[in-house]
Design a protein around this ligand. Structure first.
Ligand code: GLC
Length: 714
C-alpha cells in the first residue's frame, strides 16, 4: 500500500495497481500516513469493515434505494439496467462510491476509487457491522475529513471537480414520453401546452424519432420535416431533446456502423471480433468509450443533431444494457429444441424458462467483451462503471465543440466523475407513491456525489399514474433542477393536462410556480458550482437531534428553504418537523401568501391546489412573474420574500444562461440586504451588477404575522 495527501483534508491509500479512472483530480504528495480503518486484501477482494454503534449513521452512495441514512440494507455499486425498482433491489443505474460515516462525535468521508463491483452491507446481515466487499485487489481508498458533514462534502467536491452546468432553459419544464410517434404527435403536445397555458421549455424525443433504432438517424416517415419542427418550436422557446443509445446497430451501409468497423471503434470478444449483443435495434456493437479515439469519433457524431438545431441530448442504455447476447440466446434455443416433445418436470421447466426470462444483463455478458486501457486488456466487468461515464464524456465534448454554447445532457448510467459532464435522470421508476418517496430521499446523496442537474421521471415511468400522484410528484419536482415528466409506451398518458380540468389547473399552477422560483434554483446551482456546497441537504446535516434525523421526507434547499412534500395518497396534509421557527409560503395563482410557523412538530394542511414550502429564519428568496418559457422570463421586476427577525442577506447569482463565461467567473451577483431596527422599521440595501434587474419589491415577515412591503429601484 502507498499513501499520499491530495489536499489538507484528503488522504489516499492505494492498494495494488488500480486502473486510472479519471475520477479524482489533483496532485499527489506521497508520504507516511497511517490507514485509520481496517482493510484486508485477500482472495482477489478488498474487504473493509467497521463496527457500528447503534448511533452511527451512513449517508451517501448516490442513486440507491433505501433512506437518507443507508443503514439496514445491502447495496451494490455496479451500473445495472433493472427497470423494476422493488424494495429488495440492491443496485440501480449508477455506481457512486462516496459515503460518510457519522457517529455522535465524528464524521468521516470515504471514497473508493474502483470501477467494478463493490458490495456494501450496512448493518443488514449484522446490525452492528458495516462490511464493504470490493471485487478486486487494485483500488484507492480516499479518506475525507472536515468539520461537519457539509464540510466533508465540500472537501470531497474539491477533489472531483466542478459539476456540469446546464443552460438556463435546462431548468424549464420538459415533457417526454416513449411513444410520441410522429412529428404531429410532438406538435400536438406543444400546442396543447400552449393552449392550456402551461409553461414548457422542451420535449424529449425517445426512440420513435429514429430509423430502426439507429443512433444519429431520422425516420423520414414519421419525422419528414424534422429541421423545420426543431426550428418552429425553438422560435417559441421549446427545444427538442433526442435520445442516443449506447449500442450501434449492425447493418452494412449504415454510416455509424461502417465507420465504427473501419476505425476499430467497437469492443471485442475473446476472439478479437466485435462483440455482438442485442438492444433496441436488434444486434449491436458497443463503441469502446474507454478509448480516446473512439470518444472523439462518437462525440463528433452528435454533429448530426446539432446541425439540425438540436441543443440537448439524453444518453441511454449505457450501463450498457444488454437484452441478450448471441451465446446465451443460442443456449436457450437449443435447450428449447431439446425439450420439444418432452414431458418436462417442473424444475426442468423452470430452468428452461429462466434461460429466457433472465436473459437480460447477465453477469457473464460483461466478462465476454474487452476494453483496452494503456495497452492492457480488461473485461468490461473489471471496468464496468466507467462505460456510461465515458459515453457521456464523448457526448459532452462533441456537443461543446459543435455548439459553442451550453447544452442539456443527461445520462442514465453514472459514476462520480461524470458529474463534470452531465446530469442524470434516475432511470425507470414506476408510478408508485413509494417511488416519489424514494425520489425525495435519493436527492441529497446525488448532490453528495457531485450531481446537481438531477431529477426523476416525474409521475413515474412504468405503470399508470393517477392525477393525484402526478400533482403530488410535481409539488416535489418543482424544486429539482431537472424537471421532466416521462412515461413508458403502453402506460396511460400522464401529461400535466391528461387528467381533466381540475388536475390541469393544479399542474399549471405548479409549473408556473416553478418558473417563478427559477431564478432562485438557478442561482443555487451557480453557487454550488462555485463553492461545492450541496443544494439539497438532509435536515440532520444542519440540525442536531433525533427529530432531524427521522425527518427523511423533508429536505433543506439552499440555505433558505425547507421542503416537505406529501408522498402519500389520500392525504390532506402531513406532519412536519420544524427545527426552528420558519415562515410557511404558499404559491397559488401568482398569489404568494406567508404565515408564521413555530418550531416543533406541526400538522401542515397541504392540498393539491398550491405549492407550499418553508422559508427559514433570517433568510430571503427571490421570485418573479412566470413565463411561457425560460426565454420569456424577466427579472426587471423582482420580488423578495423573507422572514427577517433581525437581519438577512441573499445573494442572487445569475449569468447570460448560455455561455461558458461562468467558468471564468462571469457571474452577476446581486446582494439583497434587510435589517430590522429596534423600532421594527426595515432598512434595505441592494448591491447590484445585474443589468436585468431594475426594481425589487420586498415583502418581509417578522415572525409575528406582520409583514412590511417596500419597493426599491436599483
Ligand atoms: C429506457 C429508458 C427510458 C426510455 C426507454 C426507451 O428504458 O430508461 O427512459 O423511455 O429506454 O428508449
Amino acid at each position: 500500500m502507498s499513501a499520499f495527501k491530495l489536499t489538507e483534508h484528503v488522504t489516499g491509500y492505494t492498494f495494488g495497481e488500480p486502473v486510472d479512472t479519471g475520477i479524482i483530480l489533483g496532485e499527489k504528495t506521497y508520504g507516511d500516513h497511517v490507514l485509520p480503518v481496517k482493510v484486508e486484501v485477500r482472495d482477489g477482494h478488498g474487504i473493509i469493515s467497521f463496527a457500528l454503534t447503534k448511533y452511527d449513521r451512513v449517508f451517501g452512495l448516490g442513486p440507491n434505494l433505501g433512506g437518507i441514512n443507508k443503514r439496514g440494507r445491502q447495496y451494490e455499486s455496479y451500473c445495472t439496467d433493472d427497470p423494476l425498482h422493488h424494495e429488495d433491489k440492491t443496485t440501480l443505474y449508477g455506481a457512486h462510491n462516496f459515503f460518510i460515516l457519522e457517529d455522535d462525535d465524528v464524521a468521516t468521508g470515504f471514497f473508493i476509487d474502483f470501477p467494478s463491483r463493490i458490495r456494501y452491507d450496512v448493518g443488514f446481515t449484522e446490525m452492528d457491522a458495516f462490511g464493504i466487499d470490493i471485487h478486486g485487489e487494485d483500488f484507492t481508498l480516499y479518506i475525507i475529513e472536515g468539520d461537519s458533514l457539509k464540510d466533508i462534502v465540500v472537501n470531497f467536491h474539491e477533489i472531483i471537480g466542478k459539476p456540469y452546468m446546464p443552460p438556463k432553459w435546462g431548468l424549464g419544464f420538459f415533457q417526454s414520453r416513449w411513444g410520441y410517434e410522429t412529428e404531429n404527435d410532438i406538435r400536438e403536445v406543444y400546442e396543447t401546452f400552449r393552449k392550456e397555458d402551461i409553461p414548457l421549455d422542451g420535449i424529449y424525443l425517445d426512440l420513435d424519432y429514429m430509423e430502426d433504432f439507429k443512433d444519429f438517424s431520422l425516420s423520414e416517415d414519421r419525422f419528414p420535416n424534422f429541421e423545420t419542427l426543431v426550428r418552429d418550436l425553438k422560435a417559441d422557446g421549446v427545444r427538442l431533446i433526442p435520445i442516443i443509445d449506447a449500442g450501434v446497430k449492425m447493418e452494412e451501409g449504415y454510416d455509424v456502423y461502417d465507420e465504427g468497423i473501419a476505425g476499430d471503434h467497437f469492443v471485442k470478444d475473446e476472439s478479437g471480433k466485435p462483440y455482438v449483443a442485442a438492444v433496441w435495434p436488434g444486434k449491436v456493437h458497443f463503441p469502446d468509450f474507454l478509448k480516446e479515439s473512439t470518444r472523439a469519433w462518437f462525440g463528433d457524431k452528435y454533429r448530426f443533431l446539432t446541425d439540425l438545431g438540436i441543443e440537448g441530448v439524453w444518453n441511454d442504455m449505457n450501463e450498457p444494457a444488454i437484452f441478450y447476447d448471441e451465446t446465451s440466446l443460442s443456449e436457450g434455443i437449443e435447450a428449447a429444441i431439446a425439450a420439444k416433445g418432452e414431458n418436462l418436470g417442473v424444475m426442468p421447466f423452470f430452468s428452461l424458462r429462466d434461460k429466457f426470462q433472465n436473459i437480460g444483463n447477465k453477469d457473464e455478458y460483461y466478462r465476454r467483451f474487452y476494453h483496452e486501457i494503456d495497452g492492457k486488456r480488461y473485461t468490461n466487468e473489471e471496468v464496468h462503471n466507467l462505460y456510461g461515464f465515458n459515453m457521456t464524456v464523448s457526448a459532452s465534448e462533441g456537443l461543446r465543440k459543435h455548439l459553442g454554447k451550453r447544452h442539456v445532457l443527461i445520462s442514465r448510467a453514472s459514476s462520480i466523475g461524470m458529474h463534470r459532464y452531465s446530469g442524470i435522470w434516475t432511470g425507470d421508476n414506476s408510478s408508485w407513491w413509494s417511488h416519489l418517496d424514494l425520489n425525495v430521499k435519493m436527492l441529497p446523496a446525488l448532490n453528495m456525489s457531485g450531481f446537481y442537474y438531477v431529477g426523476a421521471d416525474t409521475g413515474g415511468f412504468g405503470g399508470n399514474a393517477s392525477g393525484e400522484l402526478l400533482t403530488r410528484w410535481m409539488q416535489f419536482s418543482i424544486f429539482t433542477p431537472l424537471l421532466r415528466n416521462h412515461s413508458a409506451i403502453g402506460c396511460a398518458f400522464q401529461e400535466p393536462y391528461a387528467f381533466g380540468e381540475k388536475v390541469t389547473d393544479y399542474n399549471r399552477q405548479l409549473i408556473k410556480a416553478r418558473y417563478s422560483i427559477l431564478p432562485y434554483l438557478y442561482s443555487e446551482m451557480l453557487k454550488s458550482h462555485e463553492d461545492g456546497s450541496m443544494m439539497f441537504t438532509p435536515l440532520s446535516f444542519e440540525f442536531f437531534g433525533e427529530e432531524a434525523l427521522q425527518a427523511e421526507d423533508q429536505l433543506l434547499l439552499g440555505e433558505e428553504l425547507m421542503i416537505a412534500p406529501v408522498v402519500k395518497s389520500n392525504a390532506r396534509g402531513r406532519y412536519v418537523y420544524l427545527p426552528e421557527d420558519m415562515v410557511l409560503v404558499s404559491f397559488k395563482e401568482e398569489d404568494v401568501k406567508m404565515w408564521t410557523a413555530k418550531a416543533g412538530v406541526t400538522y401542515l394542511p397541504y392540498g393539491l391546489d398550491d405549492l407550499k414550502f418553508f422559508l427559514r429564519r433570517n433568510r430571503m428568496m427571490p421570485y418573479i412573474a412566470p413565463g411561457r418559457s425560460v426565454k420569456d422570463l424577466s427579472m426587471k421586476s423582482m420580488n423578495i420574500i423573507g422572514y427577517v427577525e433581525t437581519e438577512a442577506v441573499y445573494t442572487l447569482y445569475d449569468d447570460d444562461g448560455t455561455s461558458y463565461g461562468f467558468e471564468d467567473g462571469k457571474v452577476y451577483k446581486t446582494e439583497f440586504h434587510a435589517r430590522r431596527e429596534e423600532d421594527g422599521e426595515i432598512q434595505i440595501r441592494v448591491t447590484n451588477d445585474n443589468p436585468n434587474i431594475e426594481k425589487v419589491i420586498f415583502t418581509l415577515m417578522d415572525g409575528d404575522e406582520n409583514s412590511i412591503t417596500k419597493e426599491v429601484q436599483v
